[in-house]
Every structure is written in structure tokens, then in C-alpha cells.
Design a protein around this ligand. Structure first.
Ligand SMILES: Cc1cc2nc3c(=O)[nH]c(=O)nc-3n(C[C@H](O)[C@H](O)[C@H](O)COP(=O)(O)O)c2cc1C
Length: 163
């Protein structure tokens, strides 16, 4: 059984909804246990024992929210050696900054010694790039990408860490 933790920051619910969809995607892969946690209310025992940690937050001023930056600066949970992935919400598609938010999340995860993955364009449609991005509440293609990210990370966690 591989274990996935989705950690999110959300004020108005859009990123939280993305986290729920990523969780659904991860749980659809056999042999996967997955839970989600607000960045302000973490279960460190669960996260310490997870094989993969997926981080997501809203875009604030073209980058990650300060609440998620605070977590990355002082996670208080074990991240090293785990599989990592990113997702981000924004208000303005095509320029709101969510890609940059994801890359900043990825940079932080790399510094913490994580192994970063999204599946990219190798796992069929809907294609992912740096992770899953949504404009406002995830619907349609944005929702499908969240489900896909959860599936891709759960499948890769089983491949790397065993069943
Ligand atoms: C302080 C602040 C800064 C924001 N900056 C941006 C931004 O640079 N680009 C953008 O597209 N949306 C921006 N937004 C909008 C949020 O990223 C967007 O509404 C997001 O979906 C909120 O996620 P949540 O519902 O999980 O809190 C900003 C919102 C706030 C509160």
C-alpha cells in the first residue's frame, strides 16, 4: 500500500477543491491510501509516513501564497526522499502566474530533497506540464488535470516505493 498526502492552502475553496480531485485521482489507483490536509492543520504522523507529498496553493501576486511559503520555510514534517508534485490555482488564465507558483513550489521541494514528478505529456490526455493548474474553481479540463495528477503520482509512488 503506498501512501499519499495532499497538502494545500486555500482561503476561498478553489485550491481545496483541486486537492479533493487530486485525492480522488490518487485513490482510484489500486493499493493507494491518500489523505488531504490544510497547511494550517497537518497530521505530521501521517505525512512523515507518506511516500508522496503533493503541494498546492493559490497564486498571490504572481507567486505562491505566503501561507505555503511559510510551510516550505519550516515544514515541520519529513519531506526528504519522498515523491513530490505541485498544483496551483489562479484567477486569471493565461498570465495569472500559476505556472510560476508551481515552479516555486517545485524549487522548494527540490531543496527539501524531494523527487519531483507530474507525468508531463507521457501519460496520455489530459496532458500535464509542471503540475495541475486551475483558473478559479476547477471545472472541465482543469478538473480532469487534477484527477490525472493524482493518478500519475499514485502510480509512480507504487512503481518507486513498491506495493
Ligand atoms: C492577495 C491575493 C493575490 C492574488 N494574486 C493573484 C495573481 O497574481 N494572479 C491571479 O491570477 N490571481 C491572483 N489572486 C486570485 C487567487 O489566486 C484565486 O482567486 C485563487 O483561486 C484563490 O484560491 P483559493 O480559493 O483556494 O483561496 C490573488 C488573490 C489574493 C487574495
Amino acid at each position: 500500500m503506498s501512501r499519499i498526502a495532499v497538502i494545500y492552502h486555500s482561503e476561498t475553496g478553489n485550491t481545496r477543491r483541486m486537492a479533493e480531485l487530486i485525492l480522488d485521482g490518487a485513490r482510484s489507483i489500486e493499493g493507494t491510501e491518500a489523505e488531504m490536509f490544510s497547511v494550517e492543520d497537518l497530521d505530521s504522523d501521517y505525512i512523515d509516513s507518506a511516500d508522496a507529498v503533493i503541494l498546492g496553493c493559490p497564486t498571490y501576486e504572481g507567486s505562491l501564497s505566503w501561507q505555503m511559503k511559510r510551510f516550505l520555510d519550516s515544514p515541520g514534517v519529513k519531506l526528504a526522499g519522498k515523491l513530490g508534485a505541485a498544483f496551483a490555482s489562479q484567477n486569471w488564465p493565461g498570465g495569472g502566474g500559476a505556472d510560476f507558483t508551481e515552479m516555486t513550489l517545485i524549487a522548494g521541494m527540490l531543496v527539501h530533497g524531494m523527487l519531483i514528478y507530474s507525468g508531463g505529456i507521457t501519460q496520455g490526455e489530459p496532458y500535464l506540464h509542471f503540475g495541475a493548474v486551475s483558473a478559479r474553481s476547477p471545472e472541465g479540463i482543469y478538473a480532469q488535470r487534477c484527477l490525472k495528477l493524482g493518478q500519475n503520482i499514485a502510480s509512480k509512488a507504487r512503481e518507486i516505493f513498491g506495493e
